[in-house]
Design a protein around this ligand. Structure first.
Ligand SMILES: C[S@@+](CC[C@H](N)C(=O)[O-])C[C@H]1O[C@@H](n2cnc3c(N)ncnc32)[C@H](O)[C@@H]1O
Length: 598
């Protein structure tokens, strides 16, 4: 049975600020800028009534200062530190709400119990307009874990959050409680998706996520929580005049709602820019102001700004909700605008592959409050390019990224090997590897081990070139296979690498096969055999250590081939054809060329 409204008449907390009262008061009703753990440690215990925390989810989301990619251990340790402080700051009868994604919901719930919290509800906030995913289900919910410090003493203002029951609304049943019922623990956002579900008395809550086009959107932070959702939590678990705490202010939604609902607020934010803009948002509202957004989202839709036919946002507010199509168009036009701001005349490929340009693009997305991880945003940009929408938007990409074959030859092998190793390890496509800055950096590190001394963009562009050439290489390889009697290729007798005298090698184009024991490791092609072998296995700054990790007692063989062409680009293409042919015969571990699906 639901617990009665026991705490609307609660005794005041016995957790009182000790000797630090003035410090506590000075911290109230303004955003404190800095690290929340350090700042919490400086505050007296038992000084807050309700804590709401929406920490970074550790999913690689792009914030301006905070890096949202810790190792699992570091994230859990960091979570433990800030949650310990929240527990200490809460009064004995206080409540703690934690908003968290799927990735760490289970871990943080267990952690909360270990720290002494007691669980009351596991609410699912269901929303639409999550960032669209192609290869998995789109994120459409956040967990809202509701804890109290003392399972017997806490505020639960049932009447303040009651909603009409189905008995009242649908059946006009006289027996219905005229005060309505407590909402469900699944909270939803788009009523048309579930006419029969998400009823107000269940534990699945439904509130619209604050999409880019909603009037409510503050516009400088991608994770803005809906005011109505926070209103429900604050009304239910605190009373006017009490203190609501949020260690991760972001766009300051918690404080804005606390202020409107006549509560004090205490809040912290690492980013000076977010803090400044959040403060402006707080200053713009007054106690008693209505909360933004529809109170009952199942019965009304959010107020949005209209967009014109090309997805451009117009300035005047309207009561008409945006359709999904308009929202998509609006997102896409903003993403294209972010590209236009950052690309410096270069192509989409170059912008995604070049760390500096890509950072500028992601920063621009952040300024436009476009939701999504770097992987999501880069992927979406590729998709827009593929559908021709970037061209249609009239964006000039007049600057070419051009590498000569002689230049690429210095690290072509390293790029191909790094591509193969990273893709094998993480089971992603080359595009996704480029779109995810963390994987791309891993790729760079691997490539630099095999051919030290070049820039990220060099290795990345080389792997892209391998991929671009793969189709042609395979058709040449098939031709070689058809003509194999006339163009017989001897793979040559393998010799131990340490027995090879570099002086015996010439500086002509050629192929080589590396093996360890009986295992084929890599088929290489190069415009200059002597230089390539020196860079890979012999020189002071060569890739020999990386090669050693691939196998003991490496051997090398030199397939005999007959290059006909004169121009460098034709030679390179002939070599790739031969390389592809030998790869098809031996399936070596480190080649990616033949794996490309056309
Ligand atoms: C998910 S967002 C919060 C969004 C917020 N609920 C809203 O409605 O706008 C998390 C915020 O925590 C901030 N942050 C990360 N680490 C922090 C730390 N150690 N101390 C204070 N703030 C931090 C980030 O800058 C980011 O703005």
């Amino acid at each position: 049975m639901a617990k009665k409204n026991k705490k609307t008449s609660k005794k005041k907390s016995n957790g009182k600020p000790k000797n630090n009262k003035s410090q506590e008061t000075a911290s109230l009703n303004t955003i404190l800028t800095g690290d929340c753990i350090e700042m919490m440690q400086a505050l007296p215990e038992g000084s807050i009534d309700l804590a709401f925390a929406d920490p970074p989810f550790n999913i690689g989301y792009k914030y301006d200062v905070y890096d949202d990619r810790k190792t699992v251990d570091d994230y859990l340790e960091w979570s433990k530190q800030w949650m310990t402080e929240v527990h200490r700051l809460l009064k004995d009868d206080g409540a703690f709400w934690l908003a968290i994604g799927d990735d760490f919901a289970a871990e943080l719930k267990i952690l909360a119990h270990q720290l002494g919290f007691h669980s009351r509800n596991w609410v699912i906030w269901y929303y639409t307009f999550g960032v669209h995913c192609e290869s998995k289900f789109t994120r459409s919910h956040t967990h809202l874990l509701y804890f109290v410090k003392n399972p017997k003493e806490f505020t639960f203002n049932r009447d303040a959050v009651a909603v009409p029951s189905a008995r009242q609304l649908v059946y006009n049943d006289k027996r219905a409680n005229p005060k309505g019922r407590v909402p469900d623990d699944t909270w939803i956002l788009r009523p048309q998706d579930c006419q029969d579900g998400f009823n107000p008395d269940e534990n699945c809550w439904y509130f619209p996520r604050v999409a880019g086009t909603f009037k409510e959107r503050a516009g400088f932070h991608g994770c803005q929580m809906p005011e109505q959702l926070l209103g429900r939590i604050i009304r239910c678990c605190s009373r006017a005049g009490e203190t609501v705490f949020d260690p991760f202010s972001g766009s300051a939604s918690t404080s804005v709602v606390a202020k409107k609902l006549h509560r004090n607020f205490l809040t912290m934010e690492l980013s000076e820019e977010y803090a400044e803009k959040g403060q402006e948002r707080i200053d713009a509202v007054q106690p008693g102001d209505p909360l933004d957004g529809a109170e009952d989202p199942k019965l009304s839709a959010p107020v949005t700004y209209p967009v014109d036919g090309r997805g451009k946002q117009l300035s005047k507010a309207t009561d008409k909700p945006m359709t999904d199509k308009q929202l998509k168009e609006s997102f896409e036009s903003e993403l294209i605008a972010a590209f236009a701001e950052a690309h410096e005349g270069y192509s989409v490929d170059r912008l995604v592959l070049d760390p500096k340009l890509n950072q500028a693009f992601l920063d621009s997305c952040l300024r436009k409050s476009l939701e999504g991880t770097p992987l999501d945003l880069n992927r979406y940009l590729f998709r827009l390019r593929k559908s021709g929408k970037i061209k249609l938007a009239g964006i000039e990409t007049e600057k070419r990224t051009s590498y000569s074959w002689d230049e690429l030859d210095k690290y072509f092998d390293a790029a191909e090997i790094a591509w193969k190793l990273t893709v094998d390890e993480h089971r992603v496509s080359l595009d996704d590897l480029y779109c995810d800055p963390v994987l791309a950096a891993e790729f760079d590190r691997t490539a630099a081990q095999f051919a030290p001394g070049f820039q990220s963009i060099d290795y990345r562009w080389a792997a892209l070139t391998v991929r671009k050439q793969s189709k042609l290489a395979r058709s040449r390889s098939e031709k070689i296979a058809r003509d194999r009697n006339s163009t017989k290729i001897e793979t040559g007798k393998p010799i131990k690498l340490e027995k090879l005298d570099l002086e015996d090698c010439d500086s002509n184009p050629g192929l080589y096969v590396i093996q360890s024991g009986k295992k084929q490791l890599y088929v290489g092609e190069t415009l200059n055999l002597k230089e390539r072998l020196d860079r890979s296995f012999f020189g002071k700054k060569s890739g020999k250590n990386a090669w050693r990790k691939q196998g003991n007692s490496l051997k090398i063989a030199f397939p005999s081939i007959n290059i006909q062409s004169k121009s460098t680009s034709h030679v390179a293409n002939e070599l790739l054809g031969y390389q592809s042919f030998i790869i098809a015969e031996h399936t070596p571990k480190l080649n990616a060329l033949n794996q490309v699906v056309s």
